[in-house]
Design a binder for this molecule. Structure first.
Ligand code: SF4
Ligand code: FES
Length: 248
């Protein structure tokens, strides 16, 4: 395939950025999207141009590092799929593909397509953990948990912290991310002890980082590569209201 790529280039967080156009003439439909960018970077290297900075690590949909807005959609056109799992067979010969970084005030651009997502780490540090002493590992069946609840907790734990939910939201809200982390803990007995303090601290940290609020647009759920449902946000809001009413 021959492709025209329009890619955001930005030297650092202070510099202004712009879209640059590149031609790639020999793209195989079997390449992953990131392999296609590797090929472009080899071409740029050979031409003496600076390669395009982009983030990746596992390249199999589990680390949450790849953060590309492809043709206007975080992680690209395939539902439930990270950018690293997207394949070039999804595109046609002659296509123009735009590639941009996540855009949100709380995720400043580091360089080109790389953004700083350490705000998510600070939200987790504010309360996304269990700090009570629960003693030694109990027998697996000592605390019975229903299948429905354990599956909901596991589904919430599937969040890979990629930030696509923030990038898709017109408010740059981190609610889907936070609600997944909160649900994963508060659905289980070990996480319930600190549930009020956790939700208040994490939401306060998200506000301080500059993430917006939630206005139920649903864009986050639509682009989430792990298909985390927005019903988690409703659970988080209930926990937050309860915590505030209890004076937490
Ligand atoms: S909720 Fe989904 S989109 Fe948001 S950080 Fe987690 S995996 Fe990524
Ligand atoms: S590189 Fe790890 S999820 Fe994409």
């Amino acid at each position: 395939m021959k492709l025209t790529l329009k890619i955001w280039r930005q030297a650092n967080s202070e510099a202004g950025g712009a879209m640059h156009t590149y031609q790639l003439d020999d793209v195989s439909e079997d390449m992953s999207f990131l392999e296609m960018l590797d090929v472009l970077n080899e071409q740029l290297n050979a031409e003496g141009e600076e390669p395009i900075a982009f983030d990746s690590d596992c390249r199999e949909g589990i680390c949450g590092t790849c953060s590309l807005v492809i043709n206007g959609v975080p992680h690209g056109p395939d539902r439930g799929t990270t950018a690293c799992q997207l394949h070039m067979r999804r595109f046609k010969d002659g296509d123009t593909v735009t590639i941009e970084p996540w855009r949100a005030r709380a995720f400043p651009v580091v360089k080109d397509l790389v953004v700083d997502r350490s705000a998510f780490d600070r939200i987790i540090a504010a309360g996304g953990y269990v700090s009570i002493n629960v003693g030694g590992a109990p027998d697996g069946n000592a605390i019975p948990i229903s299948k429905e609840i354990s599956e909901k907790a596991m589904d919430s734990a599937a969040c890979i912290g990629c930030g696509a939910c923030v990038a898709a939201c017109k408010n740059a809200s981190a609610h889907l991310f936070m609600s997944a982390k909160i649900s994963q803990l508060s659905l289980l007995p070990q996480g319930q002890v600190e549930q009020s303090k956790r939700v208040v601290s994490m939401i306060a940290q998200a506000d301080a980082e500059g993430f917006g609020s939630c206005s139920n647009e649903g864009e986050c759920e639509a682009v989430c590569p792990k298909e985390i449902p927005i019903s988690n946000i409703a659970r988080m809001s209930r926990e937050y209201t309860r915590a505030l009413l209890a004076g937490t």
